[in-house]
Design a protein around this ligand. Structure first.
Ligand code: SF4
Length: 325
């Protein structure tokens, strides 16, 4: 069975962007792969180093959300990155052989330097995070990395690092392939990317009333200034949620209604909102059950940490020997 590795930064409450961008896919992958899913707390520190308490606190809550969505600790290894110190050791060794220009040309690095405001990201750790990412992936000899198209260059960088490492020290690591994943587009309430920091998110823990209120005021096609103006669903951020949640008949109904001004935006959104609420209901029920078992998410993490450490130590024994340490 092939191994896959994927992580998520603990930076606060999870929202629909996480659910459709990663978690639903992770749940499916458990059927076909040996999966390692980790709380990427060291990665979170590359940008949130000034607020480490938030990183620590949101780790357990995030795992509770993962379990509620359907990650199964019997089938997947669920662990905390910082509990497996071998990741740091491998990161150090990989950093020795990674040429600086490979990191400096990383498009995400340049983009985030531009976009993330109010944080000094001109740090050694932030530049080197793809090396840490490579260490995370190859530690478990993953053959596949589930990513959306826009993240594929990251995996390519991991492959380059692996090739260079193997060239110096022998064929220790497999080159991981991209497992291209169709990632549904989930815009936030204001049409920008859904994000806690933009204050435009629908959280997995929002009540039906909150979901209804938030989505009822979600941005629509700006051409629909009044109820009488026809619109274009393809220019409407809310319609991306219809595409995820609604039946083909409902899509057809709202598309026609929008283009002919036959329905108003609120009426249109209500068709989708009821699905969002009912889809989240079982997740929220499981989340409540998990919360009632005090310390359960931390127990899952501790078990997963032990399994991950055992595998990581095996890899590092091989690596230390190959490097001659
Ligand atoms: S009618 Fe529906 S699809 Fe059209 S702009 Fe309004 S919310 Fe969007």
């Amino acid at each position: 069975m092939d191994t896959i590795v994927s992580g998520m930064r603990p930076t606060g409450r999870l929202h629909l962007g996480h659910l459709h961008g990663a978690l639903k896919n992770w749940v499916r992958l458990q059927n076909d792969y040996r999966c390692y899913f980790f709380v990427a707390d060291w990665h979170a520190l590359t940008t949130d180093y000034a607020a480490p308490e938030a990183v620590r606190q949101s780790g357990g809550a995030m795992v509770a959300d993962w379990l509620a969505v359907g990650l199964d600790p019997k089938r997947s290894v669920i662990f905390r990155q910082s509990a497996v110190k071998q990741h740091a050791e491998l990161h150090l060794l990989l950093s020795m052989i990674t040429p600086l220009p490979w990191l400096e040309r990383n498009p995400t690095y340049k983009e985030q330097m531009r976009e993330i405001e109010g944080k000094d990201l001109a740090t050694y750790g932030f530049l080197g995070y793809p090396v840490l990412q490579a260490a995370d992936i190859v530690m478990y000899k993953a053959s596949k990395v589930p990513v959306g198209v826009d993240q594929a260059p990251h995996v390519e960088l991991t492959r380059e690092i692996v090739r260079r490492f193997n060239q110096f020290y022998g064929a220790i690591f497999p080159e991981p392939d991209v497992l291209l994943t169709e990632i549904a587009k989930v815009p936030g309430l204001d049409g920008r990317k859904m994000s806690k920091s933009y204050n435009n998110a629908v959280f997995l823990t929002d009540t039906p009333k909150e979901i209804d209120q938030k989505l009822s005021r979600m941005m629509t096609d700006p051409a629909r200034v009044t109820r009488k103006d026809p619109g274009d669903p393809e220019k409407c951020p809310a319609f991306n949620l219809h595409k995820i949640y609604c039946t083909p008949e409902e899509i057809d109904y709202v598309t026609k209604g929008c283009r002919t001004a036959g329905i108003g935006c609120l009426e249109c959104k209500k068709v989708m909102i009821k699905h969002v609420i009912s889809d989240l209901e079982p997740i929220q029920e499981r989340r409540a059950a998990i919360e009632s078992r005090s310390g359960y998410a931390e127990e899952v993490l501790e078990d997963g940490n032990r399994t991950a450490v055992a595998h990581a130590e095996k890899t590092m024994t091989e690596v230390r020997e190959a490097v001659g340490l």
